[in-house]
Structure formats: structure tokens, C-alpha cells
Design a protein around this ligand. Structure first.
Ligand code: IMP
Ligand code: MG
Length: 182
């Protein structure tokens, strides 16, 4: 992806789907949800990079119980619609999660493959508990049966960018979620 001008870059933005204000309000609620569950026991918020970096940054500010943050890069490999069962960890957590309540923080659940595999992988490491919070959910696109514990926004089958989500690595810096114009 290459842009000859800012105007050309902006042409990719079809319209704002979820505003900064709406995101902020929902993240406050998500913080309250987490504050209501955890109570000072070791809590680890795990961001799946890169898409969830902005969501994690804003969400952790609403968490009032002691917590740590961790980052991982994971990619799932599929043959057709079948999971190869392999999730490739391109960057792993530094923490041994055995003593933590773990909250996976994801940008979007689309087919469900990535989270399905990441959850399996992290469960096998025996955390005290494991929950998944996703900013966006596209249930119409699901291939693998997967449901997050908390989903902030449900959207229809659209390709979206912004607030961490990219198209060809661009648009992650938009402070809102936009529909992408192909
Ligand atoms: P999965 O299909 O649920 O495994 O999602 C895999 C990844 O695809 C997500 O974590 C996102 O990084 C990316 N993705 C899915 N839908 C979109 C979208 O609409 N915009 C940008 N990235 C997306
Ligand atoms: Mg992602």
C-alpha cells in the first residue's frame, strides 16, 4: 500500500462507524466489568499484537485493580476451513501465567480462529482463570465457534480500520473505527 498524498490516504476512509466518544464510553464500561470481577489477585492483561495495542492502552487506564500487561504475537494456520491446530507464536509472553488471572485483550473476533487457538494455548499453561475481551465482534463471519466473555461492539460483515486495526499496516492510528473503502 502506497499513498501519493494525504487526500489519497483519506479516500480509504468510507465513513466513521464508531466514534472516539462511543469507544471511550464502552471502554469505561469494560473497565467496570473487569473491576467487578478481579480484586487485587495477580491480573495480567494480554494484548494480541498489533491490532489491540490502542485498545489495551485505553482499557488498562480504566482498570483500578493492580494489573500487569503482556504482549504476544500469534498467528493461526488453516487449511481451508480446518484449523491446522498450530498457532505460531511469533512473540511470546514474558510472564509465566500459572499464577495469574489472565484477560486476553483482542481487537476483533472475525472467523474466530485466532482466539480459539490462543485460548487453547494459554489454557494449557494453567492460568488461575482466563477471560477474553474484544473490542469488536463480527459474528456473521464466524467459522470456528468462539464467543468472547465481553464484546464491546458487534458489527456487520464490513472491513474496518482504525483504533489499532489496519489495512496493509495503515490506518491503525485513526482514533475512531471507520469502514474501509476498497
Ligand atoms: P480471526 O479471523 O477471528 O482469526 O481474526 C484474525 C485477525 O484478522 C484479527 O485479529 C484482525 O487482526 C484481523 N481482522 C479481521 N477482521 C478485520 C477487519 O475488519 N479489519 C482489520 N483487521 C481485521
Ligand atoms: Mg488481531
Amino acid at each position: 500500500m502506497e499513498f501519493k498524498s494525504v487526500a489519497e490516504f483519506e479516500k480509504g476512509i468510507k465513513g466513521i462507524l464508531i466514534s472516539e466518544k462511543e469507544i471511550k464510553a464502552k471502554i469505561k464500561e469494560a473497565g467496570e466489568y473487569l473491576n467487578g470481577i478481579y480484586d487485587g489477585t495477580p491480573l495480567l492483561l494480554v494484548s494480541i499484537l498489533k491490532g489491540s495495542f490502542m485498545f489495551l492502552a485505553d482499557l488498562c487506564k480504566e482498570v483500578k485493580v493492580p494489573c500487569e500487561v503482556g504482549f504476544m504475537i500469534a498467528k493461526s494456520y488453516y487449511q481451508g476451513t480446518q484449523s491446522s491446530g498450530i498457532v505460531k507464536i511469533e512473540m511470546d509472553l514474558q510472564q509465566n501465567i500459572g499464577k495469574y488471572h489472565v484477560v486476553i485483550v483482542e481487537d476483533i473476533v472475525d472467523t474466530g480462529r485466532t482466539l480459539n487457538d490462543v485460548v487453547k494455548l494459554l489454557r494449557a499453561r494453567n492460568p488461575v482463570s482466563l477471560r477474553v475481551v474484544t473490542l469488536l465482534d463480527k459474528p456473521d463471519r464466524r467459522i470456528v465457534d468462539f464467543k468472547a466473555d465481553l464484546s464491546l461492539f458487534t458489527i456487520s460483515d464490513l472491513f474496518v480500520v482504525g483504533y489499532g486495526l489496519d489495512c496493509g499496516e495503515y490506518y491503525r492510528n485513526l482514533p475512531y473505527i471507520a469502514e474501509f473503502k476498497e
